[in-house]
Design a protein around this ligand. Structure first.
Ligand SMILES: Cc1ncc(COP(=O)(O)O)c(C=O)c1O
Length: 390
């Protein structure tokens, strides 16, 4: 049995070590808690050739995760997700080297499975029996799946207009689904008003330390898939930003361990013109989103976050990586989804398509080179969102 290499939990704002008993939420300063590891001990316990021998899936990276290797992890058979080349649409957009990291084959069809697999495993080990989450749809159904597997009671708060498939899926998996007028912040408020004062755990994005550790495995996979050489640029559909922050954390850990060849990638946050708080803050050179975005107007549900709890972490990853932030409009997403499907036979979800549209912008305006090795995140199976008609 492998051990657990967590050294402590740290406040993302103050850097202070967190003291207190599990289950852990956020820091006393009101910021996300980050899991820190004894990376020398990790490097002593595993090397690249050992990893190469292991079965696929996120638990192959167990030394980088907060749970020891035991038979009782809550798992639904997570796959290592493929990198799919998109040569025809890349050529049409003026690029040469474009891949989609396709998260659609994970349990419940989205990358939210990664975070929930780790978080629910941890919460189960702490004896938590009731969990709740505000969600655009996918996090709710992923939590419902892992929660059902762990024998937990699950409550999911989703916008009234969330895709029907995600609501029905969460209900099918046994969760109590609340449909809330408004978007995810309204869902968070409804959750706090509806749930009893104690006896349940809040799995909101970055309000606990473990979902991000699950999302970190996207970065570990990318590194391993590239022979420990990372792409030049990564386009990520940014709502709460857990994946972007998680990947940046993975790259920092791997770099500290000396596992990476070459440079770190530039990280690009993608949102839509109808909800672009990160783009606005980035363009103004700010460290945080000063005000929640007013009048959200976009059909790209995953990026409808008016002000992310982890806004500082998202922005610092963009600045540190020499990356940037791009907003695309819904019309482009609609058209590009059809164009990619026809050119390369690949059905992106709206959020993944937003990344493709952002790639086109970045090539056009010279922010990336045509030859740059680019990865866009297809964060869910295209079938989880309404399919465009044209
Ligand atoms: C399909 C999809 N893409 C992207 C996102 C945004 O993810 P994150 O919160 O990690 O920024 C979501 C979140 O709901 C989503 O469901």
């Amino acid at each position: 049995m492998n051990g657990c290499f967590v050294s402590h939990l740290e406040c993302a704002l103050t850097g202070e070590r967190h003291v207190g008993a599990p289950p852990y939420g956020y820091s006393t300063a009101g910021a996300p808690l980050l899991v820190r590891y004894d990376l020398d001990a990790v490097a002593g316990a595993v090397d690249k050739s050992m990893l190469a021998e292991r079965p696929t899936g996120l638990w192959r990276y167990r030394e980088f995760l907060p749970y020891p290797d035991r038979a009782d992890v809550v798992s639904l058979g997570e796959a290592t997700t493929p990198l799919v080349a998109l040569p025809a649409i890349a050529r049409r957009l003026g690029g040469m080297n474009l891949m989609a990291k396709d998260e659609g084959g994970l349990p419940t069809g989205s990358f939210k499975a990664r975070g929930m697999a780790i978080a629910i495993t941890m919460l189960k080990s702490f004896g938590v029996t009731d969990v709740a989450v505000p969600s655009a749809g996918n996090a709710g159904s992923a939590m419902a799946a892992y929660g059902a597997r762990a024998g937990m009671r699950c409550s999911v708060f989703v916008p009234e207009d969330a895709p029907e498939v995600t609501n029905r899926e969460a209900a099918l998996l046994g969760a109590k689904v609340y449909n809330v007028p408004g978007i995810i912040d309204a869902c968070g408020r409804a959750m706090m008003e509806t749930m009893p004062d104690d006896g349940w755990f809040d799995l909101s994005t970055l309000k606990e330390p473990y979902r991000i550790e699950g999302k970190k495995t996207m970065g570990l996979e990318l590194a391993e898939q590239g022979g420990w050489r990372l792409p030049d640029v990564i386009f990520y559909p940014t709502g709460g930003g857990t994946g972007l922050i998680g990947m940046w954390k993975a790259f920092a850990e791997l770099r500290e361990m000396g596992w990476l060849e070459g440079d770190l990638p530039r990280m690009v946050a993608v949102q839509t013109t109808g909800c672009a708080p990160i783009i606005k803050a980035f363009d103004a050179g700010l460290d945080e989103v000063p005000e929640p975005w007013e009048n959200v107007d976009t059909e790209v549900h995953g990026v409808r976050v008016r002000k992310a709890f982890g806004d500082r972490l998202i922005l610092s990853a963009l600045y540190e990586s020499g990356g940037f932030a791009i907003a695309v409009d819904d019309r482009e997403v609609h058209d590009m989804r059809i164009a990619c499907a026809r050119a390369d036979g690949f059905h992106l979800c709206p959020e993944g398509t937003a990344c493709l549209a952002a790639y086109a912008h970045a090539i056009n305006d010279g922010r990336i080179a045509k030859s740059d090795r680019a990865v866009i995140f297809n964060s869910a199976n295209g079938l989880k969102s309404p399919i465009p008609v044209n």
